[in-house]
Design a protein around this ligand. Structure first.
Ligand SMILES: Cc1cc2nc3c(=O)[nH]c(=O)nc-3n(C[C@H](O)[C@H](O)[C@H](O)COP(=O)(O)OP(=O)(O)OC[C@H]3O[C@@H](n4cnc5c(N)ncnc54)[C@H](O)[C@@H]3O)c2cc1C
Length: 437
């Protein structure tokens, strides 16, 4: 019997962990997974808070997230999954307006009445429209302006697009926007309110279950291990200065990060340039705990033009605060250019700046009741899905022999998410198995 083929998986997020799970089921493979940070989980990673684990960036699941829900079953975690009632608001014109049901939309005073009706019809149309192909080359901004009118754009959609895509807000493909509305509208439970999935113990329970299963199967897992370079002319990677041979390598980090580790070889220049053309925004999240409950909504989109952040989340309006020792847990989040000044602000300054805005939303906000604060930043959190995006999507197979790429920049038109990370991890594992035959 021949020696098992060496598989090197770069990245311990859900794509890498899922691919490792599928590949390690094959006795013909010996799998090593390396993660440059000191913990597994990637963008869905957690940190210890009040005796449990909380995501560094807000996370929940939709009922339509079938790939990850299947994995949750398989890992024996179904009893940890809770389906919780969601509540959504929009902060605009100095007030938080409920924004969950058709009736909420009809009552949404910051938008003209005609704008509300047009928005309702547009949402209904997008919910039932299954064919997104025709939307790819149109911008969401232009399509939605035509469908809903200026008042709805000013009060609802433009602030959301700006919050998510910053200066790229008017370049984003309508196909991406269609997927957001279509999936979300269809994830509502049988005409009732929206249910969102969350785990007792946080999303960390998936990471831990995957890690345990991988270790049980003999997968080598190394954290604090960055792939610095791929070797030229041979199947090997440099990890913390050491040359590690492989038969197949799967890279799951951001696309421009693959460009940075490609060997200096003119034949790869065009490919590297293509990877670099995929632009990313960073994300900054402030998490704080407080004795004070600030409102009734889980999720509040902050649509005021002067707001310094996109979203305010009272996590303990989704998940019972009993899980956090009776404290309220909050997120404040923004997508920011990773090379910009705000992204680089010291934690304390960012916290002060964002806290200073909170009295506008919650006049009762009392900083004296704040307990812990934590700031987390991710430099590559959201890629820019413009109207030319489909042609930019990198292939799974790279020009380097034996090297594959799977990351969320290949997911289109859906928004990136843990569900798609699992789906892509499974898909790429099948491709690698095929290539190894
Ligand atoms: C603000 C925010 C909110 C979100 N909310 C949700 C949500 O509510 N629901 C949901 O399902 N999803 C959500 N997501 C998306 C979800 O977190 C991601 O889609 C998913 O976790 C991506 O997994 P991944 O493995 O593809 O990538 P990542 O999690 O980015 O993992 C890639 C890993 O590769 C490592 N790496 C990169 N380069 C190297 C190298 N050279 N050597 C070694 N390691 C390397 C990185 O450190 C990283 O850990 C959210 C994301 C953000 C940013």
């Amino acid at each position: 019997m021949s020696a098992p083929k060496k598989i090197l998986i770069v990245g311990g997020g859900l794509t890498g962990l899922t691919a490792a799970l599928r590949l390690s089921a094959d006795k013909n493979f010996s799998v090593t997974l390396v993660e440059k940070s000191d913990q597994l989980g990637g963008l869905a990673g957690g940190f210890p808070l009040l005796g449990t684990s909380l995501e560094k960036t807000y996370h929940h699941l939709f009922l339509t997230d079938t790939a990850i829900l299947d994995l949750v079953q398989e890992l024996g975690l179904a009893d940890k999954l809770m389906w919780c009632d969601s509540s959504v608001g929009i902060f605009r014109d100095g007030k938080i307006h409920a924004f969950k049901t058709p009736l909420d939309l009809l009552r949404f005073a910051p938008c003209s009445f005609l704008g509300r009706l047009r928005t309702g019809f547009a949402a209904l149309y997008l919910k039932h429209q299954k064919n997104w192909r025709g939307f790819t080359r149109q911008t969401a901004h232009a399509w939605m302006t035509r469908a809903c009118g200026r008042s709805a754009m000013a009060s609802i959609w433009t602030p959301l697009l700006k919050g998510k895509f910053e200066r790229h807000f008017d370049q984003v493909s309508m196909a991406w926007f269609w997927a957001r509305i279509h999936i979300r509208a269809n994830s509502r439970a049988g005409g009732g309110g929206e249910k969102l999935g969350y785990f007792r113990g946080g999303f960390n329970v998936i990471t831990v279950a995957l890690e345990n299963e991988l270790r049980r199967r003999g997968v080598t897992i190394q954290t604090g291990a960055a792939v610095e370079k791929l070797a030229d002319g041979e199947r090997a990677a440099f990890i913390n200065g050491e040359k590690v041979p492989f038969d197949f390598c799967l890279f799951t980090g951001p696309s421009p990060a693959l460009a940075r580790i490609l060997p200096a070889n003119a034949a790869l220049d065009d490919y590297a340039a293509r990877l670099r053309r995929i632009e990313y925004l960073g994300a900054a999240c402030l998490i704080f705990t407080s004795d004070q409950s600030l409102g009734d909504f889980y999720w509040v989109n902050v649509n005021e033009p002067d707001a310094p952040f996109l979203v305010f989340i009272q996590h303990t309006n989704l998940v019972d605060k009993k899980s956090y020792g009776g404290k309220n847990v909050y997120y404040i989040g923004a997508y920011l250019p990773p090379d910009g000044k705000t992204f680089a602000l010291p934690d304390q300054e960012l916290t002060e700046r964002w806290f200073n805005y909170l009295p506008k939303m919650f006049p009762r906000f009392d900083p004296a009741q704040v307990g812990e604060t934590h700031v987390f930043r991710f430099a590559a959190a959201q890629h820019i899905v413009d109207t030319a995006y489909e042609a930019k999507i990198p292939e799974y197979q790279t020009p380097l022999p034996g090297v594959f790429l799977a990351n969320f920049s290949q997911i289109f038109p859906e928004d990136r998410g843990t569900n798609f990370a699992v789906r892509e991890g499974e898909k790429i594992a099948a491709l690698i198995r095929q290539a190894a035959k």
